[in-house]
Write a protein of this length. Structure first.
Length: 332
């Protein structure tokens, strides 16, 4: 991307390219519940309630996390294009769907680190297969803890001896939702091979029954195919990171989504595989269990599996995204 200036502001091409890259951000069932409005010298982020998942996310909390992730991706994309961002979150107290307004000024410099982070956006995938243990974890954990500081988010790591308790809570959560027909319908809609919607999950992003059996903490999706990928990993050996917030206000959750983006991109740059988990934080009982396991003083918002995938393992296709013309509007 290039930063073409008009009176010191990014032009339409720069905005369009940055938004297209930012929209590679993860979202619940790839719902992509966001829209952008470029007006005057600002770029506004709005929540799109028409793309919510009410059975899975009945409070709208995960919609807010998704929008936080796309907001941080946008800042990363603009930085690589030569623009610093100044963002006001929830600029209109009377409109909860207007999540942020950003303005941009030319950056003093664009570093190799800026470019690497933007490139990581396109390389990141949600990987639901079992992971090998992450190498040099102590150093990685230190990097991730620093990454969430700007967002006032708490980061905890589930201790290995607490993993069985977390896995049991994960199984209990799935059992409680097994008879929730609207929840199951949303899962089937997203994983159906017969839908043409841009939110649909590619088959390679899903797991077979035998693959799922080797991952102890995961959302239960309808099984896909009969694959047995990564046969050399007999059980998931990931580290599980928990992101929590001190408060439960929408701005807290939005910033947690920004922190999620930061963590995922740091992991991608380090060559680590990731899988964001929100199924346990959708139920209050499970959130309480997570808080007890980690000892966090905050409210758990999501979990992330972090680990190693085998070298040259490119099994996961990129999940499709909506055309930028559907999510970005220029006004004035």
């Amino acid at each position: 991307m290039t930063a073409t200036t008009v009176s010191g502001a990014p032009d339409a091409k720069a905005i369009r390219e940055a938004v297209a890259l930012a929209c590679q951000a993860p979202s619940l069932h790839n719902s992509q519940p966001w829209r952008w409005i470029a007006e005057a010298a600002t770029l506004q982020l709005w929540a799109d309630p028409n793309r919510s998942m009410p059975a899975t996310d009945h409070t709208g909390r995960e919609l807010m996390l998704s929008c936080g992730a796309v907001l941080n991706h946008l800042h990363v994309a603009m930085s690589a294009a030569g623009w610093d961002s100044a963002t006001e979150r929830f600029p209109d107290p009377d409109n909860p769907y207007h999540l942020a307004t950003s303005q941009f000024r030319p950056a003093a410099t664009v570093t190799a680190e800026h470019r690497r982070r933007a490139e990581a956006i396109s390389r990141r995938r949600t990987d639901r297969l079992p992971f090998g243990p992450p190498v040099r974890w102590a150093a990685t954990e230190s990097v991730l803890r620093r990454a969430v500081i700007p967002y006032e988010v708490l980061l905890d790591v589930v201790a290995d001896d607490q993993r069985p308790a977390l896995a049991e809570a994960s199984r209990l959560t799935e059992t409680l939702r097994r008879n929730d027909t609207t929840y199951i319908s949303e899962l089937r809609w997203w994983t159906s091979p017969f839908t043409s919607d841009a939110s649909h999950a590619p088959e390679s992003a899903l797991v077979s029954s035998s693959e799922a059996a080797r991952v102890d903490v995961a959302r239960a999706f309808p099984p896909a195919g009969g694959g047995h990928r990564r046969p050399g990993i007999d059980h998931d050996q990931s580290k599980i990171v928990v992101l929590s917030t001190e408060g439960e206000e929408p701005v807290d959750v939005l910033r947690c989504g920004e922190a999620l983006s930061a963590v995922l991109l740091e992991c991608t740059m380090m060559g680590l595989a990731t899988c964001t988990l929100t199924h346990m934080t959708e139920i209050a009982m499970s959130r309480n269990i997570i808080a007890q396991i980690t000892g966090t003083a905050g409210q758990p918002q999501l979990l992330i599996r972090v680990g190693q995938s085998p070298a040259n393992d490119h099994h996961v296709e990129r999940t499709r995204r909506r055309p930028v013309t559907e999510v970005l509007e220029f006004r004035g």
